[in-house]
Structures are given as C-alpha cells and as structure tokens.
Design a protein around this ligand. Structure first.
Ligand SMILES: Cc1ncc(COP(=O)(O)O)c(C=O)c1O
Length: 474
C-alpha cells in the first residue's frame, strides 16, 4: 500500500512561522507594544525562571516582527497554513487557537442556521452543542452503538444516519465524531456515501485523529474518505502546544470556505499567540520529517508492546479492534476486574506515579504518544503486572458517581430556545421532572449528561453527585 504522505528525506523541513520567530528572536527591536511583559522582564521572576526567558522573548502576537497576521492569514502564517493544507490533503486549512472548540463553534456558526436540522451523534463534544446553541440549529440525535461491557460509546452506523435522512427531508448537515475519545472508529466512507446520496455535507470532528494522516498503520483520515470538513486537535496527539488545532476543508467540498473563515474571524482572539501558531507549524513539519515518522512508528510499536503485555494478564483487559469494529491502536482502553476506572487511575497515580489520559466508570485510557520512550511503556507494563497479581480493592464510597454519560435524551424544547428561556436554580433533590436549563458535560470526556430543554430523570442522578443545585427552565 502506498504511503499516505510523502515523508521528506531531510529531518528539518520548512516551518515558516518557526523560521520567522527565530529571525525576530535573533534581531530584537526596542519594544513599545504588547505583550506588556516586554520579553519577560515585566513578570514574576519565579514564573520567568520556570518557563525560561527565551520562551517569553518569543511570546509575541501577530502584526509585529514581520510575522504576518492570522485573520486574515498573511505572511508566514499564510504560508504555514498552506503547507499544512498540502500535508493533510485539504483545499484549505485554518490554524485554530482555543482548540478544536473554536473550530466546532465556527463550523456551527458558519454552516448551520436557526431552525435547520443537523444530525449529530449524542456523544459529541460539548463544543458542537455550544455551536448549535449559537446558531439555533436543531440537533437530530444519532445514537451510536453502546459497548455496555466497557461503559463506552461505540461506532456510528451509516444505516442509522440514512434512516434519519430518509425520515427528515430538511437536514442541512451530518456531523459526526470520529474516532471516539477511546479510539473507536466508525465507517466514515459509508457515512460519506450516504451523505453524498442525500446531498448533505459531512462534518467530522476528528479531534483525536490528527496522526492518522501520517501512518498507514492507523485508520484512514476522514478527509480522504469523503468528509467535507474536518477538525483536528493537533495539541492532543500531534505534538503542538495546548489549545492549538486545525480545521481542514476538503478539496472536493462545495462548502463555502468564506462562511467558515468569517466565523473564525469573529470568534478568534485579536491577539493570537505566535508561539502557539509556531507550534502548529512545527508539529506539521515534524510529522513530515524522518524524525517524526520514526517517533510515530515508535508510538505504534509501543502501543502494540503494551497491548501484548496486557494480553498476558489475567484480570486486566483491553478494548481490542477485533470485536467487529475498528480502533486506533495508539489509544489503549483497559479495565481491571473488580476495580472501577477511577480506582485504577488512582492506584496508578498514587502507588506508581503514573498519570493516564482519563478514567471513566469501567476503565482508563492510555495514550501512546510521539514523545514516549519504550522504557515508559516497560515501566507501565511492570506496574500493570503488579496490579494484575495484587488484590487491589475498590473503595466503593468514592465510586458512587457515574462518569460516562450514556443516556438517551428526552428532548422537550429546542436547544437554543431552552438555553435562552427564563431559568431558576433549584436543589438537585427537586430536579426530577424539570427541564434542564444548562449544558451539563464534564471534561473529560466533555460528553453531555444533560442539555437545555431535556427532561431530568432519576437516571441522571448518579452523574450529578457533585451537584447540590441545578439550573432548570422556569
Ligand atoms: C471529540 C472532541 N472534539 C472536540 C474537543 C475540543 O477540543 P479542544 O480541547 O482542542 O478545544 C474535544 C476535547 O476533548 C473532543 O474530545
């Protein structure tokens, strides 16, 4: 099979923002502009010592030092976006600050309208719902498979989307999340074919799948499977700094690029961090370099190593791609007999100094990342072997809270109307039977427990143990 992208021979490949930042760093000017810490001198010494003077010297925003602008993209930022669009095979790529969250908000604002229906998987990230509250479009829920034994949402079925499209002639977009946080992959190709048949655009929140473009051993990216628009959190797994993401529009898409660009312009900060933008540029260049290619191959091989060790354990089990659905091998979801995910997470943290990506009711999520060494995984495997042999007990009194929202909603009112309705705050004990006035979605995974306009039932209570009061519609 052909390589998904062409890896360049040289290890350092062109990264225009990084280059422009270096030039600015090497040629400092007398600075009478923001940011007011003025290359780190105007801030707390202990902070400066911690992050380093160099980092603060390159903490600048657009307009200055020939670095170009983000909105609209000019100079090195424009060039870096173009290189990214080439690398990902997109018609157009936008760099995002404020994460994939702003990408989802801009898509909702630019491409959906008040009263339109949008098919969305119920386990979507709350940023999509915030976007729909802003635009006023109505989510039409598609309920993915539920992997009950794992306490996880599974894949989205093309048949379910087709059924909704058949029953609703006025759907303006299909918006899916692929993969799930835990790495479960849907058949995007079939979903894209269905969308094409019904002539609706397909939006894919691929926040957790930005590495797929760079390895044949990972699932195929939605951009290549027929999605119109895709959001990637490069900061999650791609190696860029926290909050930095990308939004890609496919070459084949009929979506109006300006509609998205205009929304991004309205939503973005007017003081973009060049350091974050530079880290996006660096991450793309790194993934295209030999070194990046090696690190990604190592991440995949480390994941396979850990998975083979887990296979030897008696009481610890892993979510595998051989249960009739596909998964991303670098996301390893495990569960231990007799232990909740939260308890397993705390054993690893307190007894072994290990911090994992997240824990839910049944298990924990481990990410095999670009920067991890084999020895990290050997240590983790050793600790898991110890847990496997040791008789750890769950501490039930800590575990009476449910974390992974898996309920099918009872919708009584349009999302936006409900959000803007008069509301009151009441004790949780009186909430059953009322309509939620707020988005209740804890991160991770950022999936909704309750949305404005949904009926609160007894089934919600185990998710709300930390709440004394709740906002409901009057
Ligand atoms: C599926 C999904 N989409 C979007 C987001 C938002 O991403 P970001 O944190 O980059 O804003 C998340 C965050 O966890 C997510 O899991």
């Amino acid at each position: 099979m052909a390589k998904k992208i062409r890896i360049r021979e040289n290890t350092e490949i062109h990264a225009p923002i990084v280059k422009a930042l270096k030039t600015a760093y090497d040629n400092p000017t007398y600075q009478f502009h923001i940011p007011g810490h003025t290359k780190g001198l105007g801030t707390l010494k202990s902070f400066r010592d911690l992050v380093g003077r160099k980092a603060l010297k390159v903490d600048t925003t657009d307009e200055f030092d020939n670095l170009g602008t983000l909105n609209p993209a000019t100079g090195p930022i424009k060039e870096a976006q173009e290189l990214a669009s080439k690398a990902f095979g997109a018609k157009k790529t936008f760099f995002l600050l404020n994460g994939s969250t702003i990408g989802n908000l801009a898509i909702a604002m630019g491409l959906t309208k008040q009263g339109q229906k949008v098919i969305v998987n119920r386990n979507c990230h709350r940023s999509i719902l915030t976007g729909l509250i802003i635009s006023g479009a109505d989510p039409l829920w598609v309920i993915p498979e539920k992997f009950s034994n794992w306490g996880l949402w599974g894949n989205i079925k093309a048949e379910d989307i087709e059924k909704l499209l058949k029953e609703n002639k006025d759907v303006s977009a299909v918006w899916i999340t692929n993969p799930t946080y835990e790495g479960v992959v849907s058949d995007v190709k079939s979903i894209a074919n269905v969308c094409r048949k019904y002539n609706v655009p397909l939006i894919v929140d691929e926040a957790h799948g930005c590495l797929w473009n760079f390895s044949d051993k990972l699932p195929e990216t939605s951009l290549k499977l027929g999605a119109d628009i895709v959001v990637h959190s490069l900061h999650k797994t791609g190696g860029s700094m926290s909050q930095s993401s990308m939004l890609h529009i496919s070459k084949e898409s009929k979506i109006n690029v300006e509609d998205v660009e205009r929304s991004l312009m309205l939503l973005h900060t007017t003081s973009p961090s060049l350091m974050l933008l530079g880290s996006l540029d660096a991450s793309r260049a790194h993934l295209q370099s030999k070194k990046g290619e090696k690190q990604l191959a190592r991440a995949i091989s480390n994941a396979k190593y850990l998975r083979s060790e887990i296979d030897k354990m008696e009481t610890i089990h892993q979510l595998k791609p051989d249960f009739g659905y596909k998964t991303d091998v670098t996301k390893i979801f495990i569960k231990a007999d007799g232990l909740s995910g939260k308890r397993l997470e705390s054993i690893l943290e307190i007894d072994f100094g290990i911090e994992v990506e997240s824990a839910s009711d049944e298990g924990i999520l481990i990410l095999s990342n670009l920067g991890n060494k084999r020895s990290d995984f050997e240590y983790l495997a050793q600790c898991l072997h110890k847990i496997d042999k040791h008789d750890y007990k769950d501490i039930y009194y800590l575990e009476n809270k449910k974390h992974m929202p898996m309920l099918t909603p009872i919708i009584k009112k349009n999302l936006r109307d409900a959000y803007f309705s008069p509301k009151e705050i009441i004790p949780k004990s009186k909430a059953v039977g009322r309509l939620s006035g707020e988005v209740v979605a804890e991160c991770p995974p950022g999936i909704s427990i309750l949305l404005p306009g949904e009926l609160i039932t007894e089934a919600h209570m185990p998710y709300l143990t930390d709440y004394d009061v709740i906002e409901v519609i009057k």
